[in-house]
Design a protein around this ligand. Structure first.
Ligand code: MRU
Length: 337
């Protein structure tokens, strides 16, 4: 399964706002529209928005060359527009910085820029496969796994991080059941994770977010694996809102709690989770459900898209270079050397 395709002169994105009802691909030739697609979550998931932004920079370069514009100025403008789309996942800024290094080194060389964006995309798929192998080694036969949001093929270049671990463990016949939190308010778990897992014939049960604790109390969960949008230097990490509550519940019930992430999600420039910018989204996402108003008109809302889980609640971080255990500050520092 894939959600991003590159066609040399255009970027194709599978419209994730319409899944699972319809598989509708959108075609982009203007980087400004890609920025909008990231904002409105046509494309979402930390690695996927980085990849989309990298391809958008190729579109920006093509436009600048075609218009005979001031190349560095046009590229900086495009980078700023894309960087303003969503604040939390560091992969977006990581990919934009990589593209910037490339255009600063090679100038208006379209094929070099295209090659860099494709490399970012392919590297992500390779990292996901390695994360899957490293994570599957942690899973025992018959495991019942809980996951939150969607950290699958749709959220990455392909294959997935948390779902990559589940996919590989399933291939090794170790998974007896995956429980997918629905993930209010935008239902990435209900709409996307179950959709991906059903396509791969991986056994999945959909639950509402508020049912996870009850399942744990009944002894039905052996481990939890989630994705990551940004990990700080001490191991604190941002992921979809609701992740922190799961981590607290997991600790209470003695259940191992893992996050799966590629190196592109690690931000050693910030010391801890308090420095992670958390996106606040429109209150209508929670005052409405399935297009219907469910809260009284004008009700005050609070709608952070992510929360930060302190490293003390994390059992281990699964990366493409292996599994990192506490103390995470040292493990992360050594990992990125
Ligand atoms: O708001 P979203 O859907 O972009 O949030 C996605 C998540 O929180 C994922 O868990 C995270 O980006 C990791 S994706 C491999």
């Amino acid at each position: 399964m894939e959600a991003i395709r590159w066609e040399h002169d255009a970027l194709l994105l599978l419209d994730q706002t319409r899944l699972p009802a319809s598989e509708h691909w959108l075609r982009y030739i203007d980087y400004r529209e890609v920025s909008q697609a990231i904002k409105t979550m046509v494309v979402r998931g930390a690695p996927a928005i980085g990849i989309a932004a990298a391809y958008a920079m190729v579109l920006a370069a093509r436009e600048s060359i075609h218009n005979n514009a001031d190349f560095p100025a046009a590229m900086s403008q495009a980078k700023a527009a894309l960087a303003a789309s969503r604040p939390t996942a560091v992969n977006l800024f990581w990919a934009l910085d990589r593209m910037e290094c490339c255009w600063k080194a090679c100038g208006p060389d379209l094929s070099r820029l295209e090659n860099e964006a494709c490399t970012i995309h392919l590297e992500d798929i390779r990292m996901n496969r390695a994360i899957g192998e490293a994570g599957a080694a942690l899973i025992r036969k018959g495991a019942r796994v809980l996951t939150h949001c969607n950290a699958g093929a749709l959220a990455t270049g392909g294959y997935g991080t948390a779902l990559g671990v589940i996919r590989e463990a399933h291939t090794q016949r170790k998974v007896s059941m995956v429980y997918a939190d629905e993930t209010r308010p935008l239902l990435q778990g209900a709409r996307l994770t179950t959709y991906e897992l059903l396509q791969d014939n991986i056994p999945v049960t959909l639950i509402c977010d508020n049912m996870a604790g009850c399942l744990m109390a009944q002894g039905e969960i052996d481990l939890i694996v989630v994705g990551c949008d940004r990990m700080a230097a001490n191991g604190d990490f941002a992921n979809k809102i609701g992740t922190y509550s799961l981590a607290v519940l997991a600790r209470h019930h003695g259940i191992p709690f893992y996050t799966a992430l590629p190196s592109s999600t690690i931000d050693l420039a910030i010391p801890d989770g308090s420095h992670i910018p958390v996106e606040q989204r429109d209150g209508n996402e929670i005052a409405c459900f399935a297009g219907r108003q469910t809260g009284p008109a004008g009700v005050r809302t609070w709608n952070p898209s992510f929360d930060v889980t302190p490293h003390e609640l994390l059992t281990a971080a699964i990366t493409e270079q292996g599994v990192l255990y506490p103390p995470f500050d040292k493990a992360l520092h050594d990992h990125l050397l």
